[in-house]
Design a protein around this ligand. Sequence first.
Ligand code: HEM
Ligand SMILES: [Cu+2]
Length: 866
Amino acid sequence: MTQRVPPGVAGAVDDAAAAPSETGFDARLYERFPTQERRPRGELKALKEVWATPTGWRAFSAVNNNFIGFLFIVTAFGFFVAAGILSLVMRVQLAAPLADVVPQETYNQLFTMHGSVMMFLFAVPAVEAIAVMLLPQMIAARDLPFPRLSAYSYWAYLIGGVFFFCSIFFSLAPSGGWFMYPPLSSGVYSKGINADFWLLGIGFIEISAIAGAIELIVGVLRTRAPGMTLAKMPIYAWAVLIFGVMIILAFPAMIMVTFLLELERAFNWPLFDATRGGDPLLYQHLFWFFGHPDVYIIFIPASAMVSTMIVTVAQKPLVGHEIVVLALIATGFISFGVWAHHMFTVGLPGLSAGYFSAASMAVAIPAGAQVFAWIATLASGKVQRNVPSLFLVGGILIFVMGGLTGVMVGMVAFDGQAHDTYFVVAHLHYVLIGSMVFPLFAGFYYWTPMISGRQLSERVGRWVFWLNFVGMHVCFLPMHLSGLMGMPRRVDTYLPGRALDVPNVISTIGAFIMAAGVLLFLIDAIRCYGRKGDGDGNARNVYKGGTLEWLSTGNYAVRSIPVVSSLDPLWADARLRQDVEAGRYFLPGTATGARETLITSSSRAEPQYVQIMPGPAWSPLLAALFTAGCFLLLTVKALALSGICGVLAVVCIMRWVWSNDRHIPQKQVDAGAGIMLPTYVTGPQSHGWWAAVLLVIVLGMIFLMSMFSYIYLFGAHPDWWKVAAPRSTLAPGLLLLGASAGLACAARPLMARLKRGSGLSAVAMALSMVCLVCALVLDVHDWWSAGLRGDASGQGATVYAMLAWHGSIVVAVVLSAFYYVARWMRGLAPAPANKTLEALRILFIYAAIEGAAGLLLPRLLPWGAL
Ligand code: HEM
Ligand SMILES: [Cu+2]
């Protein structure tokens, strides 16, 4: 009897023959997937049981990406509605001149909260939430690689976000605008704790976004279905990868700037106070180094959703797939070089204004390339007429209009006229609504059948679209005009008799039309998702998409993980669904009796090992609760309680890591068709190692930002340097740090080579930690005895800020050293191939390098100033 080789398998084998293997995996093994094989009984049942979500109130301990992703999306949408309601109040206040609907201070809080919530609690989390839900399904992974981390980042976001939002009900909301420039937001002009609430809310979103980014990057690079090489990776996965990398590079600036602002507010360190050696422009540079890429962090995944849906809607492959991938990468790259276009009016030197202006316009090129690819794809196919396609086309139109005004404000001279007027308000809403809100709605309509097994109403959907589309233009088009007529943004009213009445009342009407559209959508969504039955998660591919998420049948995504050989596997292989659902591919059941997914190599996606995944647990939820408590209580200055919460949060995190870190025996399991794969891998091959390296990159970026702050202030003030640096610390400090790094390096060979190695390696880690602490103490002590004070000068503020940040890393090192020693004492750290040890070594070595940088910079930079 001849065996049929499924097309996917055949393609992957051909491919592998064409290119050398990345990991030594033999692609001919794929041919073992016979189509006629009888699966053992009970296999599917075991798979279902292992992946079942706990029921009742225990559902909140669930960590699966479907569950968490769904809650995440709903929460983000909730914040969109809430921030939208705030904007309606603003629009009512602005409907007529000199109206008195809300007091001025409340209006200030309204626009600050509207902007902050939209940007930080809606836009970024929403695209991240969709990635959490969609990415694993699209690349046929069973879950994201660190499910408990997603749960933690979701709960931290929910709890922090709700508290942040509620501040507006107590008149405790911040009022300095969504970018909170000092000096307006400093202790002098923003008294009370309102601004601290902003810092709190933002702090949470930073934690959540970075945790999510690390996990999404590792997810894209290491959990793709076998055969899904980078060339066959869906465009959406590319976008998620770029999104993750951008978060890792951009958010550190935001973390540093919020950290510095809080230091200035809490301890009166004059970081942004020009009269005492600080500089408010430092804040703007750091903020926009984050803030501009942030817009693209939102736009890139949303635009890839557009590409994905357009392919389906047109039933044609994306025209210029490679060009669109390149365009996404280029957009991400360029967006890091344009931040100062938000600062044209602060008096940049002519040359740099010219550079930033030109670079800003260059962003239009890749964005334009994408738009043309979309139009060409739509034109080449027979476009299905449905609600997703309406939102797609509408969104592209709106986005193009926003892009055009973007090129206008990118011109320095024009920006001088339009800056801080309603023209900018119009521009930013066109961009954000076109590039993100409309694609999001399209996505809701498009993927709802996959999530709930039911469709949102097409009939109602048309109304939702037209109300939103018309309302959007009626609201924001006149703002271009009122802006050019001189109406400033962030002002609660205007005078009569200046021709501003008409455009404003039109805008208000438009806002309510849009609100009606959103309300209609909400009603339909509740109807659709609220109904019981049928919604067993069975994906009904109503739009005939070609990507793998349409094979999802449960919490575990696909029944078996297929071999992929095309960009649109479902179109390429008509039998794929059948074969996958019959369990004819990888991991049809559970090989070890636990949740598991396949880890593949980063570029060619060759199977490497079976990752055993953690299941439901309360620790992420509790840890998030206590983290939130810690920050919140700190904000209201309840120090003791905040400390207790902090300790409890650490305990919960340790518990969670401890239970995650089961020592799995290194054995080989049958991953399907007798292909044997290991269950435990260490070193650069393991996904944990990748996450540790990414974390260190984030920490390094944050520290770089603190070094930048030092250098910037040093350069901005001629006689800035107040206290001579204690040079005598340099040699002993470096010696200690060198010893620390050396000991951490030695821990592993000690364990591998010596008989009592595991004990010695624990001692080495403990000593490494001690050296690190001593170096820090020595450093702080010497600056202090040299007379440097944080509140006395810009030098003091930046040096201590750097040390404070390094101090928090040292605290993490101390905690993890205790953790490691505790594990060793319980006999849980025996083998040389030990994941905990590997991750901790990376952290320790990084901390030593960071310490050395912090030691050197403030002693060496002012060499000439001696
Ligand atoms: C129904 C839809 C919306 C309406 C009616 C609306 C209305 C407004 C208004 C009137 C302002 C200006 C307030 C002022 O300067 O005095 C504003 C600012 C802003 N909006 Fe919206 N908006 C909407 C949707 C959105 C969305 C979807 C986003 C982002 C995803 C967004 C982000 C912002 C931001 C960042 C600001 C600037 C806040 C600041 O100046 O600090 N808005 N919005
Ligand atoms: Cu920008």
